[in-house]
Design a protein around this ligand. Sequence first.
Ligand code: ADP
Ligand code: MG
Length: 256
Amino acid sequence: QKNIAPIIRAEALTKNFQGMVALNAFDFSVNEGEIVGLIGPNGSGKSTVVNLLTGVLAPTSGRVLIDGKDFTGAAPHVVARHGVVRTFQMIRLFPSLTVERNIVLALQEQSGPGYMSSFLNRRNAMAWHEKAACKARDMLALFEMEKHAHKLATDLSIGQQRMVELARGLATNPRIFILDEPAAGLSPINVDRLIEMIRRMRDEFGVTILLVEHVMRVVQAVCDRVVVLDYGQKVADGKPDVVVQDPKVIEAYIGL
Ligand code: ADP
Ligand code: MG
């Protein structure tokens, strides 16, 4: 792809929870323009990786580098402002706010001090909000969710809520978008749609993607490379069709 310098890198990343090793000396990187899959059985440490990369958890040891700079232990909003954006395994929308408002809030959160300064003057604030709402609607249109813009998030199906989460993340112009099990709870048709949208986010918007996913159909359809975890240990890293035939990977899944 375009550039071979990794956007994000984990060096010997380790996380213990009360003496239990959830992630052990994990070395890993994602290059610009790649779609990398992170797979492994339940409890193998996938969400822990995501939480460590995004500042939700601090590692027991090891480092997190973004564009070669040390972000170990940085707060989630600091990491996010460097273009590392994520979704959560459990959907996190504000249920009693409209779909559009959920996206505007993410833009507000991202612009931080810039947003506050727009409040110095009422006209600036209104212009800011108008622009943000416009961006939100553009994103919703892309995900074919425009007609739901003024519904409450809670009134959407799980599939629709997942699309809103993708629209919300993409609205903040991520450099790397980390998706934690986006296919969970989706119907086969919505899985097809998800596959299409993951590809489009990379191909049309230039977003690098780290995809944590259980649904192998999605992984095989979109990933350039797949990393496999088992008991907090990396057991494979390679092309999807090679990795799924790796005896260590097969054993990790059969040993469930
Ligand atoms: P995965 O996402 O692959 O299913 P996780 O990263 O969620 O796995 O979990 C890895 C291991 O760490 C599991 O054994 C899990 O129970 C444990 N774990 C995850 N988060 C915590 C936490 N906050 N406190 C204690 N144990 C945790
Ligand atoms: Mg998980």
